[in-house]
Design a protein around this ligand. Structure first.
Ligand SMILES: *Cc1c(COP(=O)(O)O)cnc(C)c1O
Length: 392
């Protein structure tokens, strides 16, 4: 049975070109990029090429880009770095109630250590209101951190509008753009962000490498202290294969992103409309238009998310319930809860995330198997049978 992978938001396979580009840096090109001899300089120039490619891609300059171990490290180092470097200016941080755990848990961590955190509410589509950001800013505010687009429900936040507000107020602005970088065009100046987090394995690059964009002049303490790499902003020997692979992934995104987004949003809408018409008691989560081109998140009443996922997997369809991280912790996701999705509906939310190798046949397959699975699972639900009998 051929498998249908629809979990690209959890991770993407590395592009074959990315793997090909990385391989020599595990083998013959093994130099430490900090070494002065030719082996070192060969690695160094490959890293600087990747840095330039990345900077150009978001309209930044190369000195404003550092390489990290991934999205989690970039989020952690942005928030902790700003918090500890700007404590004398204030102790207030503004975030949203729909952040990734790599932001949310850092805010909880700081809250226990004397910082004040405002968790802004969202509307039913999961959208932050820029006016709420404006109202929440006080003389003590040092940082606003808002996710660019939700990994769970795909809603794209009004980052440029929020950026105007933070710029006027003189407050640092960070965005977790792990789900958008390489998928939507990003211009750090149009967005008015000071810090931006990226992860390689969400754009067909390798796992364990990411980027943090740091606008020139931003006051940040380093998160990793060591041998002075990245101009003292992040110690540890450069991950040459990872960085080179990341750079290749950005090159490919630069060429393919726009057309790919158009194709995927077409398939996305087909999947959404098909599910809404073929299954009863189904609801789309997230914004109908301002959403990632690859995200489909639905709630199915009278079934369990886990049972639905396992049945899908049995039919060869790989999807996800909640986010990849929260599927280990039961209970409704914090994102759906913040959007006021009722708990019983949030329990059976399924996310399909499409990607570079998703084809029409994959969408057709889901539209064929999921209605069948629903009939079977709901057939076993006394509550559903009672309700549907009453309705007929
Ligand atoms: C995947 C993801 C992360 C974490 O990135 P890692 O590289 O896996 O640490 C952070 N934020 C968002 C929105 C993500 O989707």
């Amino acid at each position: 049975m051929s498998k249908v992978y629809l979990d690209y938001a959890a991770t993407t396979p590395a592009h074959p070109e990315v793997i090909k580009t990385m391989l020599p840096y595990f083998g013959e090109k093994y130099g430490n990029a900090s070494s002065l001899h030719s082996f070192g300089q060969e690695a160094r120039s490959a890293i600087e090429k990747a840095r330039k490619t990345t900077a150009d891609f978001i309209k930044a300059s190369p000195e404003e880009v550092i390489f990290t171990s991934g999205g989690t490290e970039s989020d952690n180092s942005a928030i902790l770095g700003i918090a500890y470097a700007n404590q004398e200016r204030g102790n207030h941080i503004i975030t949203s109630s729909v952040e990734h755990h790599a932001v949310l848990e850092v805010c909880h961590f700081l809250e226990k250590r004397g910082f004040k955190i405002s968790y802004l509410p969202v509307d039913n589509y999961g959208m932050v209101n820029p006016d709420d950001v404006k109202k929440a800013i006080t003389s003590q505010t040092i940082l606003v951190t808002i996710i660019h687009a939700s990994n769970e429900v795909g809603t794209i936040q009004p980052i440029a509008e929020i950026g105007k507000i933070t710029k006027t107020a003189g407050v640092y602005f960070h965005t977790d753009s792990v789900q958008t970088f390489g998928h939507l065009p990003i211009n750090v100046n149009e967005l008015n962000v000071d810090l931006l987090s990226v992860s390689g394995h969400k754009l067909y690059g390798p796992k364990g490498v990411g980027v943090l964009y740091i606008r020139k002049g931003t006051k940040l303490v380093p998160f990793m202290i060591g041998g002075g790499q990245e101009d003292g902003r992040r110690g540890s020997t450069y991950n040459t294969p990872g960085i080179v692979g990341f750079g290749k992934a950005v090159e490919i995104a630069n060429l393919e992103m726009v057309e790919e987004g158009q194709l995927l949003s077409g398939l996305r809408d087909q999947l959404i409309n098909g599910l809404l018409s073929k299954i009863d008691l189904v609801k789309l989560n997230g914004h109908p238009v301002k959403r990632l081109p690859n995200n489909v998140n639905i709630s199915l009443a009278y079934v369990e998310g886990e049972a639905t996922l396992l049945s899908l997997d049995y039919e060869g369809v790989c999807a996800s319930t909640g986010s990849a991280c929260s599927s280990e912790s039961m209970g409704p996701s914090h994102v759906l809860t913040a959007m006021c999705v009722p708990a019983e509906q949030a329990r059976c939310s399924i996310r399909f995330s499409l990607g570079k190798w998703t084809r029409q046949a994959d969408v057709n397959k889901v539209l064929e198997v999921l209605p069948r699975i629903m009939t079977k699972l709901r057939g076993m639900s006394p509550l559903y049978n009672k309700t549907s009998k009453k309705a007929s």
